[in-house]
Design a protein. Structure first.
Length: 129
């Protein structure tokens, strides 16, 4: 079972990186880059993803757990849970060659929830003298 999990962590980043980089560059730009340079970036992205992907999955899992606990502990406030879950689960799960080249930004923490209204807690009434 452990061998299967380790194999999945090795194969998943490879397949995902290959699928995401395929067809992203125009033909003229692909012809300009030497094949050995592209191979170097591909190997670097796979090596980085082997380390990064499990860390990102762990961070996302902890974010889901913390978001779920915050939902329960705040009495069902979805906005609080979303403000934890969205950034934790968003972002990149693999390092692509374009990240290493500096053509695309690498995003670990995702964006906040869309149209997240800021919940206003009513203040308690002030005592009158």
């Amino acid at each position: 079972m452990l061998a299967f999990i380790l194999a999945a962590f090795l194969v998943f980043p490879l397949a995902l990186a290959a699928a995401q980089t395929k067809g992203k560059q125009p033909a003229a730009e692909q012809a300009d880059a030497p094949k050995s340079e592209e191979l170097g970036y591909a190997i670097g992205s796979v090596a980085a993803s082997i380390v990064y992907t499990p860390l990102k999955l762990g961070y996302a899992g902890l974010g889901l757990l913390a978001g779920g606990l915050s939902y329960v502990l705040t009495g069902g406030r979805k906005d609080v849970a979303d403000s934890i879950i969205y950034p934790a689960t968003g972002g990149d799960y693999v390092i692509r060659p374009d990240h290493l080249k500096g053509k695309e930004p690498w995003v670990f923490v995702g964006p906040p929830p869309p149209d997240a209204p800021i919940a206003e807690t009513p203040l308690p009434p002030t005592p009158q003298p």
